[in-house]
Design a protein around this ligand. Structure first.
Ligand SMILES: *Cc1c(COP(=O)(O)O)cnc(C)c1O
Length: 402
């Protein structure tokens, strides 16, 4: 997917455009798989919420992946893509009991992270096996918005509530088939991850009918040239060894699970947008593009910094630009970033646009959501049409025209 090809794709499908390189997704999947090849039973469950296009889901399912779903709609999307329900793990947080029941009737694995939900569900459905989401109270993750395993987090059942958890399991006769944690995104320190894993192993010893241990996700991927990333080889070596040892002590070969979203799809994605105008103020040169936080929210939402390249003019003199959108609100993508000279009409390419980008887009300012294309077999294929005016008004009811 070089620059010339990206420019061709934007000419063909218009701008702004999301493109995803299927080769990169496959390489990431195999990299994770190979890092844990000394574990006999490994299951990678792709976290749908990162990028939920059905062509992407089918591609990842065909690689052999399972699915991590956080809503009944994601469960249904995955089933529509042909996966067997037992390869889906459903990890709700704060959803209705009704939704959990529906998911369990579909035959997916259920992951519960709330004692009162566990008790109610267990009393009414004692034959449905349940995985328990633990909160190990480890501060992990790139920043507080994406760290979900700390003590004040709404996620997981606190390790300090294990006695209470055990009482509920005994009283309801629930079969606990898995132990799970997901502590956050952008984990760099492998020792922190291993420490959280020890807490998971400790908790696991309390249950004698386990089938799997799910270590969640949070692998950091590089966002810039030479940026840091989770050392998967080291993590794979250390955690595999520890996991195999645990299985020996436990007396059963369990399945080791992960549920990566960002790791599998982030780097595969590029976001292409066109420069509408250059605006020079007394302090700044703004490059204003035909997009905004309605299409690409991460910089404004998380303060995320995405590498931006001018692919129409990539080898010119580098100048400082603030790249902003066309939304009538502050929608800064990058501040005083060194980019090869930008002219009106140039195409800018944002990296790491695969995870949590298109899935977070909206119609704010009554703009259309962008198209998506997949690069597969040396070809770009459209996998989502650009929206049009009819999409904006589809579900609205004009009470004055009747
Ligand atoms: C979001 C989420 C993931 C994926 O996280 P990434 O950082 O994208 O890998 C995994 N598991 C659960 C339960 C999640 O909510």
């Amino acid at each position: 997917m070089n620059n010339q090809k990206l420019i061709k794709a934007a000419e063909k499908f218009g701008s702004p455009l999301y493109v995803y390189d299927s080769n990169k997704i496959k390489r990431q999947f195999n990299k994770l798989k190979n890092s844990f090849k000394s574990v006999d039973n490994l299951q990678i469950n792709y976290a749908v919420k990162a990028l939920s296009n059905i062509s992407i889901l089918k591609f990842i399912i065909n690689l052999g992946s399972g699915i991590d779903a956080v809503s009944i709609q994601e469960v249904n999307l995955a089933i529509k893509c042909g996966i067997k329900p037992e390869k889906i793990i459903y990890t709700p947080n704060g959803v209705s009991m009704d939704e959990i029941k529906k998911a369990s009737q579909l035959g997916v694995k259920i992951n519960i992270d709330n004692l009162s939900v566990l008790e109610e569900f267990g009393n009414n459905n004692p034959s449905v096996p349940i995985c328990i989401r633990i909160n190990p109270h480890i501060m992990a993750g790139g920043n507080t918005k994406i760290s979900v395993g700390h003590i004040d987090s709404k996620f997981g059942i606190s390790i300090h509530q294990i006695p209470h958890l055990l009482r509920i399991v005994n009283n309801t006769k629930i079969k606990v088939n898995g132990i799970h944690m997901h502590t956050g995104s952008d984990i760099l320190d492998i020792d922190v991850f291993l420490r959280a894993s020890e807490i998971l192993f400790d908790t696991a010893k309390n249950f004698d009918k386990l089938e799997f241990i799910d270590f969640g996700s949070g692998f950091k991927v590089p966002y810039f040239p030479n940026d840091s990333e989770t050392n998967l080889k080291e993590l794979g070596d250390k955690l595999s060894k520890r996991f195999n040892l645990f299985c020996k002590e436990y007396g059963k070969k369990l399945t080791l699970m992960f549920e990566p979203g960002k790791f599998l799809v982030s780097e595969s994605g590029k976001f292409l947008c066109k420069v509408n105008s250059i605006k020079q103020t007394t302090s700044t040169v703004f490059a204003q593009v035909d997009s905004g936080f309605n299409h690409f929210l991460r910089p404004m939402m998380y303060g995320a910094s995405h590498h931006i390249e001018n692919i129409s003019n990539s080898n010119d003199i580098q100048r400082y630009y603030s790249v902003v959108g066309y939304i009538c609100e502050t929608d800064t993508f990058a501040t005083n970033r060194k980019i090869s000279t930008i002219r009106n009409g140039d195409l800018l390419c944002f990296n790491n646009a695969g995870a949590y980008c298109h899935t977070m887009s909206s119609n704010y300012n009554s703009r259309y959501r962008p198209a998506e294309a997949m690069y597969i077999n040396n070809n770009f294929q459209l996998i989502r049409k650009r929206e049009g005016f009819e999409d904006l008004v589809r579900n609205q009811i004009d009470i004055f025209s009747q």
